[in-house]
Design a protein around this ligand. Structure first.
Ligand SMILES: NC(=O)C1=CN([C@@H]2O[C@H](COP(=O)(O)OP(=O)(O)OC[C@H]3O[C@@H](n4cnc5c(N)ncnc54)[C@H](OP(=O)(O)O)[C@@H]3O)[C@@H](O)[C@H]2O)C=CC1
Ligand SMILES: Nc1nc2c(c(=O)[nH]1)N=C([C@H](O)[C@@H](O)CO)CN2
Length: 240
C-alpha cells in the first residue's frame, strides 16, 4: 500500500540521494527528488514512481521557485531529507567570500527557508501518517572542523544547529534529526593515496557505501522517539 503523502529528497540525482529514493519507493513511499543537473535516467525514475523536480538552491530565487512549486502541487508531506550539498575546498575557490556565501546558502539558508515554508504541509502529513520527519545530512566535520573545507564544515555546523532549533519548534508532530557521516563513498576522482589516508582516519578503515546512509535514514524514519539528535556514521573516527 503506497503511503498517501510524499517524502522529498533534495539532491536525489545521484549517490546517496538516488539510493535513498529507490529504497523508499521500494518501501511504498511516494518519493519526490530534486535535481540540479538533468540526467537521462530521470524518465526511468518517473516510471518507477519517483517524481523529479529541477531545483537549484544556490540562489534565493531558486529556493522560492521550489517552495512555490511544492505548495502549489501538494497538500501534505511525510518528510523532507535535506541531502543537496556541494563539497568544495578552499584550494579550488578563487573567491573565498563567494565560497562561504554559497556553502551557507545551500547548506543552511535553503533548508532553513524550506523547513519554515513547509511546516503546514508537514503537519498535515503528520495527521495522515502519524508523524512527519525532517532529516538534515550534515557531516562529521561539523563538530571537528576541517583543514581544507573550512567554509563547507562551518555551513554543516550551521545545519546541525538548525536541527536543534527546528526540533524544538516543530515538536511534537514533526521529528527533526541529522545524520553526520565522516565517509560514505569516495568520489571517482579520489586517488589511491587520498583514499588510503581517508580510510586510515577511522577505526574500521572502510568505505561503507551509500547503503550505510540509506540504513540510517530508514532507522530515523521508523523511529517514534528520536528528535533533535545527530546520528554519527563515522567508523569510530572519534576514537582515533
Ligand atoms: N559522500 C560522503 O562520503 C559524505 C557525504 N556527506 C553528506 O551526505 C550527503 C550526500 O552525499 P553525496 O551523495 O556524496 O552528495 P553529492 O556530492 O553527490 O551531492 C548530492 C547532490 O547535491 C546536489 N546539489 C549540489 N549543489 C546544489 C545546489 N546548489 N542546488 C541543488 N542541488 C545541489 C547535486 O545535484 P546535481 O548532481 O543534480 O547537480 C548532487 O546530486 C551530502 O549532504 C553530503 O554533504 C557527508 C560526509 C561524507
Ligand atoms: N556533498 C558532498 N559532501 C561530502 C562529500 C561528497 O562527495 N559530497 N564527500 C565527503 C568525503 O567523503 C569526506 O567525508 C571524506 O573524504 C565529505 N562531504
Amino acid at each position: 500500500m503506497t503511503r498517501k503523502t510524499p517524502i522529498i529528497i533534495t539532491g536525489g540525482g545521484q549517490r546517496l540521494g538516488l539510493a535513498c529514493a529507490k529504497a523508499l519507493v521500494a518501501q511504498n513511499y511516494e518519493v519526490i527528488i530534486t535535481y540540479r543537473t538533468p540526467r537521462e535516467d530521470f524518465e526511468l525514475l518517473e516510471n518507477q514512481g519517483i517524481s523529479c523536480i529541477q531545483a537549484d538552491f544556490s540562489t534565493q530565487l531558486g529556493v522560492d521557485k521550489f517552495i512555490a512549486s511544492i505548495q502549489r502541487d501538494y497538500k501534505a508531506l511525510a518528510g523532507i531529507i535535506h541531502n543537496a550539498s556541494e563539497w568544495v575546498s578552499e584550494k579550488n575557490a578563487s573567491d573565498t567570500a563567494l565560497l562561504m556565501e554559497k556553502m551557507w546558502q545551500v547548506h543552511v539558508s535553503a533548508p532553513y527557508r524550506i523547513n519554515l515554508a513547509f511546516e503546514e504541509l508537514l503537519c498535515a502529513g503528520s495527521k495522515i501518517e502519524g508523524q512527519a520527519d525532517i532529516i538534515h545530512m550534515t557531516d562529521y566535520v561539523s563538530e571537528n572542523g576541517s583543514n581544507n573545507h573550512i567554509a563547507y564544515a562551518s555551513s554543516k555546523a550551521g545545519l546541525t544547529n538548525l536541527t536543534y532549533s527546528f526540533a524544538k519548534r516543530f515538536a511534537p508532530h514533526i521529528k527533526v534529526n541529522a545524520i553526520a557521516p565522516s565517509l560514505l563513498m569516495f568520489s571517482d576522482n579520489d586517488d589511491e593515496e587520498y583514499r588510503q589516508k581517508t580510510l586510515n582516519k577511522s577505526l574500521l578503515q572502510r568505505e561503507p557505501g551509500e547503503q550505510e546512509g540509506v540504513l540510517a535514514i530508514q532507522y530515523i524514519l521508523s523511529s517514534r522517539y528520536i528528535t533533535g539528535r545527530t546520528l554519527p556514521l563515522d567508523g569510530g573516527r572519534h576514537l582515533v
